[in-house]
Design a protein around this ligand. Structure first.
Ligand SMILES: [Zn+2]
Length: 442
């Protein structure tokens, strides 16, 4: 295969943006020359960085492919500069809770991967014996819910279930990803009386559910020294608990999502289930604290938690927030929405690792992905952080076009996405299909 040379004045190498020519061959970065070489494709001052890694995506195929599928999700990822995604064990059917269901999911993804795809397994009551086989087959983590997951096939676990699973996961070095909401007491709200009120929806899932869950997880983490990852942190009150656990040296990591830092409850209109997710988007003060936590390392990275549903299940007509599916559609815009939310707070050099090196480290893929280094995989995104654009429905590759970011002015335009050295997205179109591979734990 011929070598490809690309040059920019702003390549993300060794923790700095600097002029370099990146030499790629056979899917691998073969060399880095800190100069412009003759014949290199010249990207001038566009940023060239490792392809973004989205460690939290719900693809839903097989079984709920009409919600989202591998073909559409990985096209959206490619169009968004994301070269690796990790699929959650729900809401597909079957859910990924044993080896057979993992095989069914892998089969469903075969021939439809336009970017790389990894898988998590699920912990549900009674499937402890199925975890070793999932771990042996390269899953990147085990996910559990501490509250009803939204689908009955994936029941939530008890403290005893987590306690029983942790020794096994700790021995394997596999993280337990937890949806952290724990109901000690039912919420006080009037959502039944006012099902389209965002204020009542917010009150229906209070902060204390999240903080109680995280406290339980920290205690179990301390007992078993099992890696624990808190998905989609939404509340500022969770941050001191995570910060203290990290200071104590516990193996705990945490993510937040673009919607928790871009939106705020004060601006979310009533009867708009597009904005419904669980836990809910909270007030401005929370968004501000979450941004700060991304800067000081309390939160490790950003993931989309892309979890769309068809319009009728999302209750877009009735605006009923009580009955609507809870999940935000936003995979394709992970990069620009995150940058738009954070650019006033941080430099590119602080921002880039949140979507590249840090999720790679969490997933155990940091020996091959998340950096532009000789010998690493040639998965790259070329983008312009300064270019603003308005998001139009027609540009979205998701299975369903409804997206809360439509019509918004965003910063950070993805020009080109490169997978294994080849261009997969350029000039706002998918260029090459099916070059994604399965991501497995090394
Ligand atoms: Zn999720």
């Amino acid at each position: 295969m011929t070598e490809r040379f690309i040059f920019s004045k702003r390549c993300w190498i060794n923790g700095a943006l600097q002029p370099a020519t990146i030499v790629m061959r056979d899917g691998i970065i073969r060399d880095i020359i800190f100069d412009k070489t003759e014949g290199a494709e010249d990207y001038e001052d566009l940023v060239i960085m490792p392809g973004a890694i989205d460690a939290h995506v719900h693809i839903n195929e097989p079984g709920r492919t009409e919600w989202e599928g591998f073909d559409t999700a990985t096209k959206a990822a490619a169009a968004g500069g994301i070269t690796s995604i990790v699929d959650m064990p729900l809401n597909s059917s079957p859910v990924t809770t044993n080896l057979e269901s993992l095989r069914i999911k892998q089969q469903a993804s075969f021939g439809k991967m336009h970017v790389h795809v990894g898988f998590y397994g699920g912990l549900i009551p009674g499937n402890l014996e199925d975890l070793p086989a999932l771990i042996d087959h390269g899953i990147l983590g085990i996910k559990c819910f501490m509250v009803h997951s939204g689908i009955d096939e994936f029941p939530n676990v008890s403290i005893e279930d987590i306690d029983a699973a942790m020794p096994l996961l700790a021995a394997a070095g596999i993280p337990l990803l937890a949806h952290a909401e724990w109901i000690r007491e039912p919420a006080t709200c009037r959502l039944n009386e006012e099902p389209s009120s965002y204020r009542e929806y917010l009150a229906s899932r209070p902060d204390v559910w999240e903080t109680d869950a995280i406290r339980i997880l920290v205690e179990l983490c301390r007992k078993h020294r099992c890696r624990v990852h808190i998905v989609h942190v939404s509340s500022m009150y969770s941050l001191p608990i995570i910060r203290d656990a990290k200071r104590e040296g516990l193996p705990i990591t945490a993510e937040t999502c673009p919607h928790y830092i871009y939106f705020n409850a004060e601006e979310i209109p009533d009867a708009q289930p597009l904005f419904k997710c669980a836990p809910p988007v909270r007030t401005k003060a929370h968004a501000k604290a979450l941004k700060q936590a991304l800067m000081d390392g309390t939160l490790d990275f950003i993931a989309s938690d892309h979890s769309p549903a068809p319009p009728q299940i999302k209750k877009l007509d009735s605006g009923n927030l009580r009955d609507a599916w809870g999940g935000i559609s936003g995979l394709q815009v992970l990069l620009p929405v995150s940058w738009t939310a954070l650019k006033a707070n941080m430099e590119l050099s602080e921002f880039i690792p949140l979507l590249t090196g840090k999720p790679a480290q969490f997933l155990g893929l940091h020996q091959t992905k998340g950096q532009i280094t000789k010998g690493y995989d040639a998965d790259l995104v070329i983008w312009d952080p300064g270019q603003e654009f308005t998001l139009h429905t027609t540009e979205l590759c998701h299975r369903h076009s409804a997206c809360p970011y439509t019509g918004r002015k965003l910063s950070g335009f993805v020009k080109e996405t490169i997978l294994r050295g080849g261009t997969i997205f350029h000039h706002q179109h998918i260029q090459t299909k099916h070059s994604g591979q399965w991501l497995k734990r090394p």
